[in-house]
Design a binder for this molecule. Structure first.
Ligand SMILES: NC(=O)c1ccc[n+]([C@@H]2O[C@H](COP(=O)([O-])OP(=O)(O)OC[C@H]3O[C@@H](n4cnc5c(N)ncnc54)[C@H](O)[C@@H]3O)[C@@H](O)[C@H]2O)c1
Length: 337
């Protein structure tokens, strides 16, 4: 059952259809307008206003309501014995994340889109194969002129994508974080977030997210927005730049060498754009949902950064809370202990 049919609803429906499961899909949304849209796009699906009507009979639950409802719906679904997929930012608080992570009887998977993007997968392969050397810096920009959301600010809604991606690439939570956030619209939520994370004896990460600065491309998910979704990951023997909107993957094979006391970059090859499969949102989401189904079938649980019982959701809740503390108290916050 797909719970929620808002702006992202059609993409989930199309992904379920791509997996050949739309004719078994129930769509739940209390909004008559959302259900009318769902009926138009998914004539083969059953519609309900209240997900509780269909909970007992469904085999799995896909939650894409506003964030503040994620935990309560997930808890009810788990209590009914159903595996759960939850869109980012998964939950609103660490307490909610702990509650979901503590249960072991069923699969709970967090919807972190960028882990399933072909370009992220290629970058992770290169990092694991040692092709970039020792990681030094991860830069990310998830920013551009865009409408605000009512359920979360730039940190929880946007920066969370690259915070998760960076932790997933490095394989662990950072050891400390510092952040500056701003609420220019006086909504009680940030519309600009600048974050620095540091791993002991490891790389530094830096993320800019927000709606008050220019982006580069028409946003694929939010109509009328102009945004950038790009990262640059640098190591001791190479770097990769990915622009997810422009679908480019640029590789730099370069290492610095000491030349009579001057450290000079030595280029093993000219920077080269690489062809890595392009991905539309439906295909990436179908890959996520297919992994969800595989875990239900096999009972597999992720390991590493993602292995916290909530597929990284608890780790991410801890990191988001530490980031908020850092911004509020204007200090570096440790994530150890
Ligand atoms: N992974 C990504 O790239 C990505 C992209 C967009 C949105 N999202 C996430 O997906 C979620 C939904 O985003 P959206 O843009 O579709 O939100 P939205 O606000 O446009 O839509 C939310 C929908 O949930 C419905 N809803 C509210 N209460 C409900 C209930 N009790 N039961 C069922 N439905 C209910 C609303 O009527 C609405 O139709 C959010 O958590 C968001 O962060 C993820």
């Amino acid at each position: 059952m797909q719970i929620g049919f808002g702006a992202f609803g059609a993409t989930h429906l199309r992904a379920w259809r791509g997996l050949g499961l739309a004719d078994r899909l129930v769509i739940a949304d209390p909004s008559a307008m959302a259900r009318a849209q769902a009926a138009q796009l998914g004539a083969e699906c059953r519609q309900v206003a209240d997900y509780r009507e269909a909970l007992a009979d469904c085999t799995a639950v896909d939650i894409l309501t506003p964030t503040h409802l994620h935990h309560a719906i997930a808890r009810q679904a788990l209590d009914a014995g159903k595996p759960v997929f939850i869109e980012k930012p998964v939950v609103a608080t660490v307490a909610q994340a702990r509650d979901l992570a503590a249960q072991t009887s069923n699969v709970v998977m967090a919807g972190y889109y960028f882990r399933f993007h072909p370009k992220s997968l290629e970058l992770r392969r290169q990092i694991e194969a040692g092709e970039l050397g020792t990681l030094r810096l991860l830069n990310g920009r998830f920013a551009g002129f865009k409408r605000t959301r009512k359920d979360s600010g730039a940190l929880h809604n946007d920066a969370v994508h690259f915070l998760d991606l960076f932790c997933w690439l490095v394989g662990s939570l950072p050891d400390r974080v510092f952040a500056v956030t701003r609420d220019h619209f006086s909504r009680g939520m940030d519309d600009l977030a600048l974050i620095v994370v540091e791993w002991n004896d490891g790389p530094v990460g830096q993320i800019e997210a927000g709606y008050v600065q220019p982006g580069r491309w028409p946003d694929a998910v939010v109509p009328g927005a102009i945004t950038s979704k790009e990262i640059a990951v640098s190591g001791s023997s190479g770097a990769v730049e990915i622009d997810y909107a422009a679908e480019t993957y640029m590789e730099h094979r370069v290492a610095h060498e000491d030349s009579a006391g001057v450290w000079k970059p030595r280029f093993a090859a000219p920077a080269a754009p690489r062809k890595v499969a392009a991905a539309d949102a439906v295909a990436v989401l179908a890959a996520e949902l297919s992994e969800f189904l595989r875990r239900i079938e096999t009972g597999d649980r992720p390991v590493g950064f993602a292995g916290d019982g909530l597929d990284g959701g608890l780790n991410m809740a801890l990191l988001l809370e530490a980031t908020e503390t850092a911004a509020r108290e204007k200090r570096v916050v440790s994530l150890q202990g």
